[in-house]
Design a protein around this ligand. Structure first.
Ligand SMILES: [Zn+2]
Length: 456
């Protein structure tokens, strides 16, 4: 059976004749094969080897395709798809549109509002989304509907933001402890930022994450405003405040660090935390983090896109290309920016901070079958270095098929299990409802201290 034919409905499949990038710093298999059984990778090798070893398994001919591990989008707010096209660096957009919009949100809107950004990510090869937002149960349902992996984190804040208060922490714990999601959905603990969360609550979040073996996912030192407010409040930097609260460690995913000092970055390095890096988003609204120092210190970077207000696309593949180019612009040595380094930002590094390195991030035997397929063409030849081609010549447009947990979630760039038109009409109805509520809302902007740029 050829990959171009109808979607196969059998669960065990031997995929043959593909170029397989098995992972960052791992071999590329020319004329490679991969056996998927019960949602897991059971064997990899050459097509001849696996055809001989498994003569009875149904085959899928993937000649003309590159297969690689599913990508992570390590920091996003998928329900903010309705901001697409409205951001682009408008400095007052957050105050004039985002805060009133967020205050108009109600839980039932979150699932349909997530449709657009998830679809966008899936068609860019994103199989794992790490989200941070309000009413995130609906976001979890949206991830399940699409068949993608989601790490959901209810935004926790007691000093600012749209739904500030101790009850945000109660909502977050309740969601984790009463979870009824299937195996694709997992939880992270998501305090908003160092200025919008009090030191006492941040410590509670950090202690809870450690006690429950969960990743702590927070914005940190995202803006100069956050830096100044924490300095004024506690006489320390946001990074020092996080350190004091016990919020920095190997399972901490701290996002942006644009206003972090060199000393702060050393603290991050010593803690073993991973930086969530969203270059397009920070470029549009503020400034890049000190990438040279981050690379010099060899702090792990995990790629994300943030939300549609600051990045109209959920394309992690495009984002690692931008990360590579920007790092060169900041003087980082090319030896630190090989295609393998860039792929690691979207695969093995996110898997490590999420505690799932044994399951995800590479195409090795025993791991979950999260595979993405890119169609080769005249524009991607010759392929002396297939991974360099994927990052620099190809892109999201070439991702044609996606398998997650052994199930086909994208087939010829379409959703095989869902009605695209219905998803679109549900999404647009939710967008219209939000816009209607905003027009009727007379709420003043009282979202301080979260009232400076960013903190998305
Ligand atoms: Zn964010």
């Amino acid at each position: 059976m050829k990959l171009a034919a109808d979607i196969p409905r059998h669960s065990d499949v031997l995929i043959i004749k593909a170029t397989i990038i098995t992972g960052a710093f791992l071999p590329v298999l020319a004329d490679g094969a991969i056996l998927v059984r019960a949602g897991k990778i059971m064997a990899t090798g050459s097509s001849d080897e696996l055809l001989t070893q498994f003569p009875d398994v149904k085959t899928l001919d993937a000649s003309g395709y590159i297969i690689m591990p599913g990508l992570f989008n390590t920091h996003t707010h998928v329900a903010l798809g309705f901001f697409r096209g409205l951001g682009h660096g408008k400095s007052n957009m957050i105050e004039s549109f985002l805060f009133p919009a967020e205050k108009s949100l109600t839980p039932e809107l979150l699932e349909p509002l997530s449709h657009s950004y998830i679809f966008d990510g899936l068609r860019a090869g994103v199989t794992s989304f790490v989200d941070h937002y309000y009413f995130s149960e609906g976001i979890g349902h949206a991830f399940e509907k699409f068949g993608v992996r989601g790490w959901i984190g209810e935004t926790i804040a007691d000093l600012g933001g749209a739904f500030s208060g101790r009850d945000s922490w109660d909502r977050a714990k309740n969601l984790i402890e009463k979870s009824s999601f299937g195996p694709l959905i997992r939880h992270v603990v998501s305090p908003h930022a160092a200025d919008t969360v009090s030191p006492a609550l941040l410590k509670e979040c950090a202690d809870y994450a450690k006690a429950n073996n969960l990743t702590l996912h927070m914005h940190l030192s995202q803006t100069q405003g956050e830096f100044d407010r924490v300095q004024a409040r506690d006489h320390v930097t946001p990074v020092e405040a996080a350190q004091r609260a016990g919020a920095l460690g190997p399972r901490s995913l701290v996002v942006h660090l644009t206003s972090a000092t060199k000393k702060d970055l050393k603290i991050i390095k010593e803690s073993g935390a991973t930086i969530g890096y969203c270059p397009t988003s920070t470029l549009l609204y503020d400034r890049l983090a000190d990438i040279q120092t981050i690379h010099d210190l060899d702090i792990p970077l995990a790629i994300g896109t943030d939300c549609a207000a600051s990045h109209d696309s959920a394309d992690s593949l495009g984002e690692i290309k931008i990360a590579g180019l920007l790092a060169r612009h900041q003087g980082v040595a090319i030896s630190q920016l090989s295609p393998d380094h860039l792929l690691a930002m979207a695969t093995t590094i996110p898997a490590a901070v999420l505690g799932v390195s044994a399951e995800l991030g590479t195409l090795e035997v025993g791991k979950q079958a999260d595979l993405i397929f890119l169609k080769e063409s005249l524009s991607s030849e010759p392929k002396k270095n297939p991974l360099a081609n994927v990052i620099y010549s190809m892109g999201a447009r070439d991702v044609t098929h996606v398998m997650i947990n052994g199930n086909w979630t994208l087939w010829n760039r379409n959703l095989p299990n869902l009605d695209h038109d219905e998803l679109t009409s549900q999404y647009l109805a939710a967008v219209n409802e939000i816009q209607k509520r905003i027009r009727h809302s007379k709420q003043p902007n009282d979202g301080k201290p979260n009232g400076d740029k960013l903190n998305r």
